[in-house]
Design a protein around this ligand. Sequence first.
Ligand SMILES: Nc1ncnc2c1ncn2[C@@H]1O[C@H](COP(=O)(O)OP(=O)(O)OP(=O)(O)O)[C@@H](O)[C@H]1O
Ligand SMILES: Nc1ncnc2c1ncn2[C@@H]1O[C@H](COP(=O)(O)OP(=O)(O)OP(=O)(O)O)[C@@H](O)[C@H]1O
Ligand SMILES: [Mg+2]
Ligand SMILES: [Mg+2]
Lengths: 253, 253
Amino acid sequence: MGKVVAVANQKGGVGKTTTVINLGAYLADARRRVLAVDSDPQGNTTAGLGVDKAAVETSIYQVLLEQASIVDAVVPTAVADLHLVPATLDLAGAEIELVGAVARETRLRQALQAVRSRYDFLLVDCPPSLGLLTLNALTAADSVLIPIQCEYYALEGLSQLMHTVRLVQKHLNPQLELEGVLLTMFDGRTNLSIQVVDEVKRHFRGKVYQSVVPRNVRLAEAPSHGLPILRYDPRSRGAEVYRELAAEVMRGG
Amino acid sequence: MGKVVAVANQKGGVGKTTTVINLGAYLADARRRVLAVDSDPQGNTTAGLGVDKAAVETSIYQVLLEQASIVDAVVPTAVADLHLVPATLDLAGAEIELVGAVARETRLRQALQAVRSRYDFLLVDCPPSLGLLTLNALTAADSVLIPIQCEYYALEGLSQLMHTVRLVQKHLNPQLELEGVLLTMFDGRTNLSIQVVDEVKRHFRGKVYQSVVPRNVRLAEAPSHGLPILRYDPRSRGAEVYRELAAEVMRGG
Ligand SMILES: Nc1ncnc2c1ncn2[C@@H]1O[C@H](COP(=O)(O)OP(=O)(O)OP(=O)(O)O)[C@@H](O)[C@H]1O
Ligand SMILES: Nc1ncnc2c1ncn2[C@@H]1O[C@H](COP(=O)(O)OP(=O)(O)OP(=O)(O)O)[C@@H](O)[C@H]1O
Ligand SMILES: [Mg+2]
Ligand SMILES: [Mg+2]
């Protein structure tokens, strides 16, 4: 059975999408079968993997509303063994449409049952909020991977995020564990980055990945070509660290 | 009557909070009376202005649920003439709690009536989503200021944001205008930034501020001291551009 990992943090712009795409690509490169699930109405994982949203017939939206099976939504990407369940704009309506539904938080968990055995890892990209789409991902997940930008506001939101994780563990998914904490956009020239790293390592003792993603413009350029860093610039610093991260994740953190 | 400006973009981490705090501080420095309204459950504007959330008695949450008047929520900041309506964690519950309420999108507009005449500018910081909190801000606003990070994903989300603005103009707030588009985190050394700037200027002809905020670590450090850049490092590049932006906004864009 494949491992479902939700990549979540309600703070915006911390590297959730960049992590799903590039960790996913390097896991696939290491011969693991990977499914990326884009659960953010922005659809950045979908665009970043070069999938044309206008050409998508079945997306995560139809899957959550039980109008289609997840099997029909899966599409290939530029990397063999890395598949995608795309998101389109209509996903923005799902939170309101599901508000009155019974067991609305378990839609994704139920949907993933149909494909879990075909993959080794299923990585779910979450939107920057703790609403119904993120709750669905946390309820479906075996574990949660938390990207944290090496900046001040990143620390502010941690207690809120962990509070939500504990709520989900208590009421929706007792098996949910912390997969790990990934430090992103580290800039060694600034004290700020170093202070945040120290603080996060103290807060999440033993759960912070050795791999720390540096700020690296090649990571920001790759999505404009619809490619993971593995295809765009595999010799860049950003690529190296995501390859190391994949190795850590395969060893079990 | 003060001008209500919503600072919105559902893409995360583009500089919404940084703009509310620093534009607000420089408008206040130019003798304008400014109210910053933190409408994001993360409460980054509240923390970035040095207000202790644990000490807040009345927040935007009570105001939106009509449990308190906005007048009781207003607190001073380190800058004279810059006041704040703080946000606390309980705001995260407001979206669900207001789902069934009548005229749920107009709560903030109604609340601001009580204080609009006391301020020249009321800047509303929005969360990174197009949910009820952002809808409330767009419904209350005279205009919307859109920060856009000079990166690829920033372009992806624009059509969705403008679609929401048009919906609000049609059904909730016909007077809503585009105040302006602010380019943020510009890094002149990368082609990516230059390409995005060109694309945005073409897309929003005539509505893009001359002031382009550079990537500047002092802007990221200031909130860890609870200070706007005006107080933390007024001679930094980031500070200069936000001062220029304030001048542009006062001239009417
Ligand atoms: N290590 C890095 N170095 C430089 N740029 C990066 C890095 N990681 C991500 N980026 C860029 O920073 C921006 C934010 O990253 P990304 O979109 O992955 O964050 P996110 O958490 O998914 O954002 P959102 O909250 O909007 O979903 C993007 O433009 C991305 O290309
Ligand atoms: N011009 C800049 N140069 C460098 N860092 C910046 C700049 N503007 C903002 N930052 C930093 O980048 C991060 C994102 O900015 P900010 O929090 O203001 O964005 P936001 O749009 O409000 O995010 P969210 O979507 O989570 O509300 C913060 O850590 C902030 O301090
Ligand atoms: Mg994302
Ligand atoms: Mg913010």
